[in-house]
Design a protein around this ligand. Structure first.
Ligand SMILES: N[C@@H](CCC(=O)N[C@@H](CS)C(=O)NCC(=O)O)C(=O)O
Length: 207
């Protein structure tokens, strides 16, 4: 009996990023919806997989046996990249380092402020939240230079950097000043129709 992969998640940025990576790596998996609005992430079944009560969670099972559990969306992305050499990370050290540079740029300069802004808004701190959103949007504008030099964020091939970039930009796309970012717009339109990206977005959403 072969083992199977399950991705437990919801239609949120972190889960979509993980789903796109599994899709792009060509790994077969079953998406298991965890309904956050019903508190399923705090139920005993989910807490037994991730005591932090968060999604996504990747689970490898063989029959009734749980072989492997991985939390953290970015760990799941790297797991997918390792399983499919060259699909999400280049082999050459310098090319790979550029992908890391862009991936961590989006993680730390765009996704992290976006999550912090969301948290502050929930706390009623709308001024602080708005400042972080401005900062995030100006970081996004800086990415115009990456896709002016190359077709994709980290070079000539699609990579984990594109997953990080596209998933967060799609959540704020109406706030992005596309008119002054022609290369970013070309890249965004190209990635939006990529089959792995389309399927990743659908993984936890009703069709
Ligand atoms: N650093 C974690 C963050 C996970 C996370 O915050 N997930 C959110 C959904 S995107 C969640 O589970 N929220 C439910 C909660 O915090 O109660 C990752 O990247 O996987």
């Amino acid at each position: 009996m072969n083992s199977i992969l399950e991705l437990h998640g919801a239609p949120t940025g972190n889960c979509i990023r993980a789903a796109i990576a599994l899709e792009e790596a060509g790994l077969a998996y079953t998406a298991r919806l965890v309904d956050l609005s019903k508190g399923q992430h705090q139920g005993a079944d989910h807490l037994s997989l991730n005591p932090a009560g968060k999604v996504p969670v990747l689970v490898e099972r063989k029959g009734d046996e749980t072989l492997f559990v991985l939390t953290q969306s970015n760990a799941i992305i790297f797991y997918a990249a390792e399983k499919a050499p060259e699909r999400l990370l280049p082999i050459a050290a310098d090319h790979r380092a550029t992908v890391y540079e862009r991936f961590f740029f989006f993680l730390t300069d765009v996704i992290a402020p976006s999550h912090s802004a969301f948290f502050l808004r929930g706390q009623g701190l709308s001024d602080g939240s708005a400042r972080l959103v401005e900062r995030m949007l100006s970081s996004i504008e800086m990415a115009e230079q990456f896709v002016s030099a190359d077709a994709y964020m980290g070079g000539s091939c699609f990579s984990i950097a594109d997953i990080a970039a596209y998933s967060i930009m799609s959540s704020v796309d109406t706030d992005i000043p596309w008119d002054r970012l022609p290369n970013l717009r070309r890249w965004y339109e190209m990635v939006s129709v990529r089959p792995s990206v389309v399927r990743g977005f659908q993984a936890f959403s009703p069709q």
